[in-house]
Design a protein around this ligand. Structure first.
Ligand code: BES
Ligand code: ZN
Ligand code: MN
Length: 498
């Protein structure tokens, strides 16, 4: 699907589906929708609203054939909800729902009004960005393994989506908004694809290959021998039970001008988490191909930096491996020495993500960064606490946490802060080592966070637990069910705010 600006008026564009909108309580539409209503001899106001009872509720949709009164074949009228509750995120949500409706109508060419730029008064850049983001996210479908595509006459596919705007003063902003929204949505979809791929396909080696293929970055892969030499025993231990070789991935983006900040993003890259010798039951193991969602987000983010050109130096770090119960597997009770010299007693081999992070975080510190953000499907406890609606965020710097919460909200995501009280440390006390890798059943997301904190050495740090948000079983706002690319939009917005 190609998204473009169309310099025209809504009543003269020809397309399969023309999208217009209506706020709740409006009986006689104005603006662009009003012009279309008039061209259709008041069919929208006197029939759709008055007789059919279209209310304009958020995401309410009505399809209306034009019978040749205007060049567009069909009108898709969508409700924007209560005008007093309207905000830019609603444009993204509506755009996603509407594009999927157009797809189901087998539309090839779609035109849309610039939602939000009329009476709502949102700036045209943001309106266009939201339309692009919502449409590209909504239009995405992971169907590469289906041999028979939907529909007998081949796959349903929208070729063009044109944002119709006649006002010259808005056109440049619309173009820029389309570009920004497209980049952010593509990064999100890239992460979604990696998460959808099965573990037999996305191995640590495949993640490394993907990282190496990104243009405009430096990328270094450390092999097992390198990792051994560096003393990353915690990470090595996790990888031992698998026949898939580990790959430690280090991507780096350098801005062309002055470096405003140095940031490390660390993504959990367990390409399959069986639990190890503390094997997961079948139901819990079923979706563990997605235990690399944090690394998928990291790759999605890194893959668009050369286009977005932020002013920060950004490191993308992934300690990728599988967690398997093979004959060389690490065992409960083992004691591991992490790269920073601290010793960890293995309480549970299924608490593997934090072990890989212990070494990845120390590696990030050695890159001399100002801030570390880690993102991981780290704990089932986080899912119990927040469900699929919000990711948990923790850290040692409230300003960074607040900025990430704001960036998430701007991106259509939700981050909710969980505490890191010092007393949680009592839970991971070991009798024979500096700490153990798991505690009691209580506050599991926070004890995982407090474990990670042992390795950040006071550096500004935030930890995002996306165990509940990386893969959803029903649609939430603009995001269809399935892999979500959780964290991509939030962290990209944070990077753009620096
Ligand atoms: N990858 C899992 C966490 C997870 C659970 C992600 C559900 C997505 C959905 C993680 O490695 C894990 O197994 N955590 C354990 C930790 C426990 C053994 C302390 C958990 O949460 O049960
Ligand atoms: Zn895991
Ligand atoms: Mn696990």
């Amino acid at each position: 699907m190609k998204i473009k600006l169309k310099k025209a008026s809504l009543t003269e564009v020809s397309c399969d589906v023309l999208i217009v909108n209506l706020f709740e309580k409006v009986k006689i539409p104005g603006g662009g929708t009003g012009a279309v209503d008039k061209a259709l001899d008041n069919l929208i106001s006197s029939y759709v609203i008055k007789k059919e009872g279209f209310k304009g509720k958020l995401n309410e949709i009505y399809i209306l054939p034009t019978h040749g009164k205007i060049p567009a074949d069909k009108i898709l009228l969508v409700g924007l909800g209560k005008s007093e509750e309207f905000e830019p995120g609603k444009i993204r949500e509506v755009s996603s729902k509407v594009i999927r409706k157009a797809l189901s109508l087998n539309a090839k060419t779609v035109c849309t009004i610039l939602h939000g730029a009329g009476t709502a008064g949102i700036n045209p850049f943001e309106c266009a960005q939201m339309i692009a983001e919502g449409s590209i996210i909504g239009n995405y479908d992971f169907d590469k393994y289906k041999t028979k595509k939907d529909g007998e006459k081949g796959k349903k596919e929208i070729q063009t989506l044109e944002i119709v705007e006649l006002d010259q003063a808005k056109q440049a902003d619309v173009k820029k908004g389309i570009e920004r929204g497209s980049i952010i949505a593509r990064a999100t979809n890239r992460a979604r694809s990696l998460v959808y791929e099965p573990a037999c396909e996305v191995t640590p080696a495949k993640l490394a290959e993907t990282a190496l293929s990104i243009e405009g970055l430096e990328c270094k892969i450390l092999e097992k021998e390198d990792v051994e030499k560096m003393g990353m025993q915690a990470y090595l231990a996790v990888s031992q039970g698998s026949s898939e070789p580990l790959k430690f991935i280090h991507m780096k983006y350098t801005p062309s001008g002055k470096i405003r900040k140095k940031l490390a993003i660390i993504g959990k890259g367990i390409t399959f988490d069986s639990g190890g010798l503390d094997l997961k039951p079948a139901s819990a193991m079923r979706m563990m191909k997605g235990d690399m969602s944090g690394s998928a987000a990291t790759i999605g983010i890194m893959s668009v930096l050369a286009e977005l050109k932020p002013g920060a130096e950004i490191h993308g770090i992934i300690a990728a491996c599988e967690n398997m119960p093979g004959s060389k597997a690490y065992k409960p009770g083992d004691v591991l020495k992490a790269m920073n010299g601290k010793t960890i007693e293995v309480d549970n081999t299924d608490a593997e993500g934090r072990l890989t992070f212990a070494d990845a975080i120390h590696y990030a510190l050695e890159q001399d960064v100002d801030e570390i953000i880690d993102i991981a499907t780290l704990t089932g406890a986080c899912v119990v606490a927040l469900g699929q609606l919000a990711a948990g965020i923790m850290g040692n710097n409230q300003k960074l946490i607040n900025a990430l919460i704001d960036s998430a909200e701007k991106g259509g995501e939700r981050f909710w802060q969980l505490p890191l009280y010092e007393e949680y440390k009592d839970d991971i006390k070991s009798d024979i080592a500096d700490m153990k890798n798991a505690g009691s059943r209580y506050a599991g997301a926070s004890t995982a966070g407090i474990f990670l904190k042992e390795f950040v050495n006071g550096k500004k740090w935030a930890h995002i637990d996306i165990a509940g948000t990386a893969y959803i079983d029903r649609e939430i706002k603009e995001m269809p069910k399935g892999a979500t690319g959780a964290g991509v939009r939030a962290i990209l917005n944070y990077i753009l705010s620096l």
